[in-house]
Write a protein that binds this ligand. Sequence first.
Ligand SMILES: Nc1ncnc2c1ncn2[C@@H]1O[C@H](COP(=O)(O)OP(=O)(O)O)[C@@H](O)[C@H]1O
Ligand SMILES: Cc1cn([C@H]2C[C@H](O)[C@@H](COP(=O)(O)O)O2)c(=O)[nH]c1=O
Ligand SMILES: [Zn+2]
Length: 188
Amino acid sequence: MFIEPSLTGGRRGWIEVICGSMFSGKTEELIRRMKRARIANLSLEIFKPAMDTRYDEMNIVSHDESKILSTPVDSSQQILLLGQGMDVVGIDEAQFFDAELPNVCDQLALSGIRVIVAGLDMNFQGEPFGPIPHLLAKADYITKLHAICVVCGNIATFSYRKSSSTHTILLGEKDLYEPRCRHCFYNK
Ligand SMILES: Nc1ncnc2c1ncn2[C@@H]1O[C@H](COP(=O)(O)OP(=O)(O)O)[C@@H](O)[C@H]1O
Ligand SMILES: Cc1cn([C@H]2C[C@H](O)[C@@H](COP(=O)(O)O)O2)c(=O)[nH]c1=O
Ligand SMILES: [Zn+2]
């Protein structure tokens, strides 16, 4: 369980990254941390990529349907503009953002903001996804979550795509993806 290094103790910014496969609980954990920040009376803003309309255009919604209001944005620059002055900035589905996101998070953290980023560390091919690897390198705190492999019941770190599409970006949920462990992902 992640315990905040400090909630209200001074304006010292840092970057937290929550990563893992699909269904590992990244969105639930992001919502949990944001709700705790709200209980502490901190000002906060949550962003998601506007192109991710999977469950809802405005809310961030977990696979278990817990939700929190967010601001959809098209680029990481908008996060920099709209996030300024907040105590806490949350970002979901960060794998879909542009390559500037790590620098944006750096700038926000340097200005004293707690930045919490959630995203897939690997795509359906088991390769690093978008800006997440770069963010992991810059993060002060990393939480890697695991789903349950739907084939064997072990810990899952991969997101297996059930369709033959080879586009890196393909929005979907259980219709298109299932979490798998390394062995079931590579069928070995
Ligand atoms: N195979 C699975 N392993 C773990 N959780 C699963 C699985 N299938 C469905 N879930 C549900 O997904 C929830 C996590 O959803 P969510 O936070 O949206 O994950 P993520 O953002 O990582 O995709 C779990 O609490 C659980 O109820
Ligand atoms: C592996 C993989 C996933 N996606 C898409 C599928 C979903 O819309 C999101 C991930 O959502 P979650 O909150 O982590 O469950 O990403 C994709 O476009 N490409 C991929 O390779
Ligand atoms: Zn397995």
